[in-house]
Structure formats: C-alpha cells, structure tokens
Write a protein that binds this ligand. Structure first.
Ligand SMILES: [Zn+2]
Length: 263
C-alpha cells in the first residue's frame, strides 16, 4: 500500500501530542477555505476515533444545529460502552436534538475496506441530507493497526481517504486530533493527515536528518506509512447491512427536515 506521495516536496511536521485519552487537539484547517457562508447554521461533527464520541455528543443533545456522527467500535465492556447503533440522541422524539446524535457502531478488526464502505453508504449520505455549512473532523488514530488498544486494523491510507473526501465537500472544515497511543504511529498519522489538510501531501520516508534517538523510533520501515496488520475484520456483510439500513432511516428523516428552500 502506498500513501499519496509528492516526491518533490518533503515538509517536516511536529503535531502536538494529545493531552489525555482521546482528547481532541487542534491542528491546522485547510488553507484553501471556501468563502464564509453568511451564517453558519449547521455543523457536522464527524468523529473517527476508535472510541465513541460521547462527550461531544452529549454536549449538543439540546440542539439540531450540530449533528454529531461518531464512527467507532461498540463491543461489550469496551469504553465508554455508549454509542449503540440505535442510539440517536434524546429519547423524546420531539426534543430539538432528537435524531441528531448518530452512531456508526462497528465490530472489532475494522480495516480500510470497511471504513471506505461505511463512509460511502452512511457518512456521505448523511452529509448530503443534512447539508452542513461547516464540518469538524475528529481524527483519533487509535484505530490504526499497531495501536495498544488492539481493536481495529486501519491503515493510514484509510484515514487519509476520509480526510480527502471531507475536504472535497468544500465546506468550512476544521481538523482535530484525538486518541492514539503508539507515539510513532500517532506522529506519522497526524503529520500525514495535516499535510493533506494543507494540500501538501508528505513524502513517505522519515527525514533521516532527525536526531538519531527520534529517527530510531520509526524503525524498521522508516516510512510514514502505517500498514494494516493481520487481524480479522469482524464487520461481516450482515453487520454492515444492519448499519446501512439504520442509516437509511436517519437519512430520510434528516433530508425531510433540512431540505433547503431554493432562492
Ligand atoms: Zn479513542
């Protein structure tokens, strides 16, 4: 697997470490921002961290103007145990924030193919239905292969795909960090994902002029890539169809409520 490469350029990057478990930390947003809309009235908060984005979700339970969409592992005893597929916000269907806290609850072993599939069948369709003015993309990287969580099997290209797709929506976009507990891989990921956000995709070799103690952290590959491992993806066709059927209903509700009036 190859990351997007730009052999003519190599930019050093030093993302800040996160401050605690899965705490979002800011990184630069896209340089080629579309013009500000007259008023930002709808924000999509898309969370790709391994863990459910329970804190942000609950913070916006009272409003329909922020749609939270968390793609995460939901398994018995796995922290924080919230974010089931059928959980979509306040239980009262007449509450303002009802059906605006959505959850793509997945099984262990999620790899690139699964993430790409749910991105197309759930995330992109929700975005079309909600039609946000701005997007906040939380890039937790604890779902990468090799993370000490040992739950998902994503490669770095999968997260790069997500970033590129979101940027192609051409909305005001803010990229955030998140969880990620293998430090060299987190550094790889945030350097690469930030480079996509800047429109300057990094080359894959780790710069050999780093101090040797830091350079050796990137052994044995000394590349920016984080490849998939050999974990079985437990997201079967049945699992994914169940998720997609749920999201078809969510999409219909959103499309009806948020259809923009021409002119
Ligand atoms: Zn996490």
């Amino acid at each position: 697997m190859e990351l997007r490469s730009a052999p003519q350029r190599r930019k050093p990057a030093s993302p800040e470490p996160s401050q605690g478990p899965c705490v979002a930390s800011p990184s630069p947003s896209s340089p080629s921002l579309p013009p500000l809309p007259p008023r930002i009235s709808r924000v999509l908060y898309l969370d790709l961290d391994l863990h459910h984005g329970d804190g942000v979700e609950s913070a916006f339970f009272t409003t329909p103007y922020v749609l939270t969409l968390s793609v995460h592992l939901h398994a018995p005893l796995f922290y924080p145990s919230t974010g089931a597929l059928d959980s979509s916000g306040p239980s009262n269907p007449k509450a303002q924030g009802a059906a605006h806290a959505l959850n793509v609850a997945l099984e262990p072993g999620c790899a690139e193919e699964t993430l790409r599939r749910v991105f197309a069948s759930c995330v992109e369709r929700l975005k079309e239905a909600y039609d946000p003015d701005a997007v906040v993309l939380q890039l937790g990287v604890d779902g990468l292969a090799g993370d000490p969580c040992k739950e998902w099997n994503l490669n770095l290209a999968a997260l790069g795909y997500a970033v590129e797709r979101v940027l192609q929506w051409n909305r005001r976009t803010l990229l955030l960090g998140g969880g990620g507990y293998d430090s060299p891989n987190a550094a790889r990921a945030w350097a690469y994902l930030t480079s996509l956000g800047r429109g300057l995709p990094l080359d894959t070799p780790i710069p050999p002029d780093l101090p040797s103690a830091q350079y050796e952290l990137f052994a044995p590959s000394f590349t920016l890539d984080v490849p998939e491992g050999y974990m079985r993806d437990a997201n079967t066709e049945e699992t994914l169809r169940r998720v997609e059927k749920t999201f078809e209903v969510c999409e219909d509700k959103l499309r009806t409520r948020w259809k923009r009036v021409a002119g």
